[in-house]
Design a protein around this ligand. Structure first.
Ligand code: 7TS
Length: 404
C-alpha cells in the first residue's frame, strides 16, 4: 500500500464524478471519508452479530459486547489511557456538554472563572456559557494575534485562583492553528484548574498521549477520524470521572435502583445511560485501527506536503488572502478573495466537482474578532493529492474571474 492510488482505492466514495467532474473532496475538517474496512465493519455488525450489549446472556449479545469493549481498549491504547477512562459519547459536542453538566456543575461556583480561547468552535463555548450563567461564573477569553496564534502571555495573565476550568481546542477548525496544549495544561495546573482539550481536529492528524499531556478531559468525534457519525469519545482522568455525578439517568448507568434511592454503576458505564450506538462504538475502534495501519507519521507527512503545496499554489492567486497564518498549522487553508462572498466561490467550485466549506465554520466569535463574516476553507486529508490542488487552484481562478 504505497502509491497514492492504493490509498485512494481504500475510499470508494472518492472515485466518482460530481457535476460531471471528478470529485475533489477538500472538506475533511467537516467530516472525513470512510475507508472500505470501516464500511465493511458496519455491514458485518448488522449482518452477523447485531444484538444489545452488556445485558443479554446469549451468543450474539456476547459477540457484540466483546466487540464493543474491545473497541474501548483499542481507543484507550491509542490515547495511552486506561480502558475505564474512555467514555463513548455522541461526539465532541456531547463530550464537552457532559463535562460542563457534571464536573462543571459540581465544581464551579459564583465568582469562579472558566477560560476558553478566541478560536473555539461553538461547541466549546456555549456549554461553558450556559454553565457560567447558571452558576454566576465568568467566561474569560484568551485573545489571538491576527496570525491566528494564541496570545500565551495574555493567557497566563488570565489564570488565577478563580480559574476552575480551561477549555481549549488543540487545532482550530477555521484557521488550522495548532495550539501549544502541553504548555496550556501545565500553566492551568499551576493554579489548580482542570483542562478540557477539544481534539475534534487533532486526533486524525496527531499522536495524542493523554498521560504525557497530563490532560484532564479530552473529547473527539468518530466521524472526523474515518469512523461513523453519532459516536465519539470523552476521555477523563479516572479520579475525576469517579468523583463526578452522572450525566443522564437510565439503564446501564445504575448499580441498584429502588424508588427511594439509586446507586450508580462504576466508570465508564456511569456515563453511558441507555442502549448506546453499538455499531458506532465497534466501528470507531476499526477506524482507529485503520489509522494505526496507515500510520500517523505517514498521515502527518502527506498532510504537511499538501498544506505546503496548497499554500504556495494559492499565494500565486491575485487578490487572495489567507485567514490564519499561525506558526504551526495543520492541513486547513482558510482564505478570502477580494470582496467576493465565500459562498459564491463555494457554489462555483461545487459546479466543478470541488467540495470546500464556506461560512463562519461554527466560530462566530472568531469571525467577529477577525472582522469578517466567514471564509472559504479547504481542508486536506492524506488521501488528497497535489494534482487535486492544481485543479482546485485553476477552478478557483476561473470562479474568481466569473465573480469579479
Ligand atoms: N470542535 C471542533 C474544533 C470542531 O471542528 C468541531 C466540528 C466540533 C468541535 C464539533 O464536533 P461534532 O462532531 O460534535 O459536531 N467542526 C466542523 C467543521 O469545521 N465543519 O463542520 C463541523
Amino acid at each position: 500500500m504505497n502509491t497514492i492510488s492504493d490509498v485512494r482505492n481504500l475510499f470508494p466514495i472518492l472515485n466518482q464524478k460530481v457535476n460531471g467532474k471528478p470529485l475533489i473532496y477538500f472538506d475533511n475538517a467537516a467530516t472525513s471519508q470512510k475507508p472500505k474496512q470501516v464500511i465493511e465493519a458496519i455491514e458485518n455488525y448488522y449482518s452477523q452479530y447485531n444484538s444489545n450489549i452488556h445485558r443479554g446472556a446469549h451468543y450474539l449479545a456476547n459477540l457484540a459486547t466483546e466487540a464493543y469493549e474491545h473497541s474501548r481498549q483499542v481507543i484507550a491504547q491509542y490515547l495511552n489511557a486506561e480502558t475505564q477512562e474512555i467514555n463513548f459519547v455522541r461526539g465532541t459536542t456531547e463530550g464537552i456538554n457532559l463535562v460542563a453538566q457534571t464536573y462543571g456543575k459540581a465544581n464551579v461556583k459564583a465568582g469562579d472563572e472558566i477560560i476558553v480561547s478566541a478560536m473555539e468552535h461553538h461547541s466549546n463555548i456555549v456549554p461553558w456559557q450556559m454553565l457560567c450563567e447558571e452558576k454566576g461564573a465568568t467566561l474569560k477569553v484568551v485573545p489571538i494575534f491576527d496570525s491566528g496564534d494564541l496570545d500565551m502571555e495574555a493567557y497566563e495573565k488570565l489564570l488565577s485562583a478563580k480559574t476552575k476550568i480551561v477549555a481549549v481546542t488543540y487545532i482550530s477548525n477555521a484557521l488550522g492553528t495548532v495550539n501549544p496544549v502541553q504548555e496550556i495544561i501545565a500553566k492551568a495546573h499551576e493554579v489548580g484548574a482542570v483542562v478540557l482539550v477539544d481534539a475534534a481536529q487533532a486526533v486524525q492528524h496527531k499522536k495524542i498521549d493523554v498521560k504525557a499531556l497530563d490532560v484532564d478531559f479530552l473529547a473527539f468525534s468518530g466521524h472526523k477520524v474515518f469512523g461513523p457519525t453519532g459516536i465519539g469519545i470523552l476521555y477523563g482522568k479516572r479520579e475525576l470521572l469517579e468523583a463526578m455525578p452522572p450525566y443522564m439517568g437510565g439503564g446501564e448507568m445504575i448499580d441498584n435502583v429502588t424508588f427511594e434511592k439509586t446507586t450508580f454503576n462504576k466508570i465508564p458505564y456511569k456515563f453511558e445511560a441507555g442502549t448506546p450506538h453499538i455499531e458506532g462504538g465497534i466501528v470507531l475502534g476499526k477506524a482507529i485501527e485503520f489509522v494505526q495501519e496507515i500510520g500517523l507519521d505517514f498521515i502527518a507527512e502527506k498532510e504537511a506536503e499538501l498544506l505546503h503545496y496548497g499554500t504556495q499554489k494559492l499565494s500565486a492567486i491575485d487578490g487572495l488572502r489567507f485567514v490564519g497564518t499561525a506558526q504551526e498549522k495543520c492541513s486547513v487553508i482558510s482564505f478570502l478573495v477580494k470582496d467576493i462572498h465565500p459562498y459564491d466561490i463555494g457554489t462555483l467550485l461545487d459546479k466543478q466537482g470541488i467540495a470546500i466549506r464556506t461560512g463562519h465554520h461554527c466560530c462566530q466569535p472568531l469571525m467577529k474578532r477577525l472582522q469578517i463574516e466567514g471564509t472559504c476553507r479547504a481542508s486536506f486529508a492524506f488521501y488528497n493529492t497535489a494534482e487535486e490542488i492544481d485543479v482546485f487552484a485553476k477552478a478557483l481562478e476561473k470562479s474568481i474571474a466569473m465573480l469579479s
